[in-house]
Design a protein around this ligand. Sequence first.
Ligand code: AR6
Length: 184
Amino acid sequence: MRQVDLDSGRIEVRQADITTLQVDAIVTAANAQLVGGGGVDGAVHQAAGPRLLDACRKIGGCETGSAVITMGYDLQDRGVQYVIHAVGPIWRGGEQNEEALLAEAYAKSLELADTHECQSVAFPSISTGVYGFPVERAAPIAIAEFRKFLSAGPTHLRRIVASLFDTRSLAAFEQALDRQASDP
Ligand code: AR6
């Protein structure tokens, strides 16, 4: 695990199955239809139980570069109050506004966690699985959004965790955290 402490809160980078973490909110990498799927979304739906999909169906969908929030359902037994469904962009070579859309998906998720008074939130690496966004380009975008949010002013969030599944993603996020640690 690697972490950076800012005045306003802590950013942690660790290798973990996101469904095992003790945080107020877990972010999942969803699709725009919110119909569930494989990858981290499959794992989160499995852990939260079928009421999560019912809640997603009621919401109906979410734009790329945005996020919606639901209760954590079965995850609430373990203290996870909310699931935030973030829709990152599908990578199409980098000329389709993918980087800005990814940043917006992170920013909206952080905003939702904060408005629901979460003190801790865990993120997977959005878009870098099935959606094909290169993790070496995605990691600095994620870390920059975390830093920006914590630096922007009063927030409930005190702890932002990047929960990476594989060692390549872990290395990319660690490198981004280290590189940005010396930024003002
Ligand atoms: N905990 C943390 N990270 C995980 C876990 C887990 N349990 N499982 C997988 N990952 P992906 P995307 C990592 O494909 O690229 C779904 O079907 C995984 O190794 O889950 O945004 C949705 O419904 C990778 O590094 O998300 C959408 O249709 C990262 O999570 C689509 O896939 C993201 O990979 C979204 O694709």
